[in-house]
Design a protein around this ligand. Structure first.
Ligand SMILES: Cc1cc2nc3c(=O)[nH]c(=O)nc-3n(C[C@H](O)[C@H](O)[C@H](O)COP(=O)(O)O)c2cc1C
Length: 404
């Protein structure tokens, strides 16, 4: 555990962030990627310390009930799970925090880091870095909303449409068989952001955010203007940690981490309280399995290289099949195309992966995926049989993969 972690003061809030043994190793939110199925699979086969939903537009939260419920669907094994919201209206953040609480999330994260034009041009996401006072007001509004919800304010009290209230109840019942959380507990508010807008202003920006005492600040080591170009600046993240010392806020670093050896090195060098992994987890839910090795090595002050936990082809195929079935069930009747990118991400690092990728971009149903995996397995077994001079009847060979 980093030295400044122990120096941080504990508050009385229900703060799941504090119950995770450090360093926190979480799954970063990714729009179009960290949907309900991907998070379910990552929780089941990897086990990140915390997960975030894709960001949810605050307008959609009130005017597109279907989108809201779809984006905020989660399952219990993902916990702790945080709903990420973007927008720029404090009043709407006040109201949406009621919805997030009512849906039983463990935390609410305000997106102040998205560089996408449609988001930043509307003054949301990373554009808030240029409006520090508004950014502070938003965090305060979200906290106030959570406090008022805990004090008993209902969704009806904040003038939510009855249709949306009913959809929220149904979502809760489907997940827990109850209409809503059994207790009204205050959930923590966190912020995910960048180093600056068009230049690095991380010290000032951190000082501004810390005034509002968020439970955590996740810092992607680039400016808005950089988008995803160049390298994440971990030295600047280290400076942000210095600014946060002595505060109650946990600081998480993010950007370009490729494996757990790098996670360990960055935590040691910068003394962040944790990290978020984004792109490296695409098609690789297993990456989080090695998180315990990182925690142990840091606790024992050792510096070994962390080996990733090996994944057999059998398990890879089983997960591909499960992911596509879950996706089909999660969004029945919806276009299956959305999962194709996930399927191609899984097809890396084994013989025949390129050929399988080219098939996965054409699948239309979970059954197509299953067929694709069976064909691949059959062809590999055949090729091996020819190479080894086997004489068995292929139909009699029951490989585990056949059961995918
Ligand atoms: C496809 C994609 C979608 C993203 N969507 C979000 C988002 O909804 N909210 C957010 O805070 N960050 C989002 N990000 C940023 C990531 O959470 C993360 O900060 C960034 O990818 C750097 O981390 P990495 O190098 O580990 O991927 C997105 C990134 C990608 C690649």
């Amino acid at each position: 555990m980093s030295s400044q972690q122990s120096s941080k003061v504990l508050s009385n809030q229900t703060n799941f962030w504090r119950s995770i043994s450090g360093p926190i190793i979480g799954l970063s939110p990714m729009d179009g990627v960290t949907d309900a199925s991907f998070r379910y699979i990552t929780a089941k086969y990897g086990g990140p310390d915390v997960t975030f939903t894709e960001f949810v537009n605050i307008q959609a939260a009130f005017h597109a009930a279907h989108t809201l419920i779809k984006d905020l669907t989660y399952c219990e094994i993902e916990r702790p799970v945080v709903a990420q919201i973007y927008g720029r209206s404090p009043d709407m953040f006040y109201r949406v925090s009621h919805i997030v609480c009512e849906l039983g999330f463990d935390g609410l994260d305000v997106n102040m880091g998205c560089p996408a034009k449609k988001v930043a041009a509307a003054g949301c996401g990373a554009a808030l870095i240029r409006e520090p006072e508004l950014a502070r007001t938003i965090v305060r509004a979200a906290k106030r909303g959570i406090k008022d919800w805990c004090a008993g304010q209902t969704l009806g009290d904040i003038q939510l449409e009855p249709e949306l209230i009913e959809k929220i109840r149904v979502a809760n019942r489907l997940r827990t068989k109850m209409d809503g959380p059994s207790e009204r507990l205050p959930i923590p508010v966190s912020v995910k952001t960048r180093l600056g807008y068009d230049r690095i202003v991380v010290e000032d920006w951190m000082a501004t955010l810390l005034e509002e005492n968020p439970a955590a600040i996740s810092l992607h080591g680039r400016t808005l203007q950089q988008g995803y170009k160049g390298n994440a600046d971990w030295e600047a993240i280290g400076r942000a940690v210095e600014v946060g010392k002595g505060s109650e806020t946990l600081i998480l670093g993010n950007g370009d981490l490729q494996d757990m050896t790098q996670v360990q090195r960055r935590v040691r060098e910068t003394q962040v309280d944790g990290v978020l992994l984004g792109r490296v987890a695409q098609g690789n839910p297993w990456i989080f399995r090695a998180k315990h090795q990182v925690k142990r090595a840091l606790a024992e002050n050792r510096d070994p290289s962390i080996l990733s936990v090996p994944v057999t082809l059998e398990e890879r195929f089983r997960v591909i099949s499960e992911h596509s079935s879950h996706h089909a069930l999660q969004a029945p009747g919806e276009n299956f195309v959305g999962i194709r990118k996930h399927l191609t991400w899984y097809c890396r690092g084994f013989r025949g992966a390129a050929e399988m990728r080219s098939q996965m971009v054409r699948v239309k149903t979970a059954e197509d995926v299953r067929q694709c995996l069976l064909n691949f397995t059959f062809q590999s077994t055949e090729a091996e049989r020819r190479t080894n001079g086997w004489h068995e009847d292929p139909a009699a060979i029951v490989t585990p993969e056949r059961r995918v």
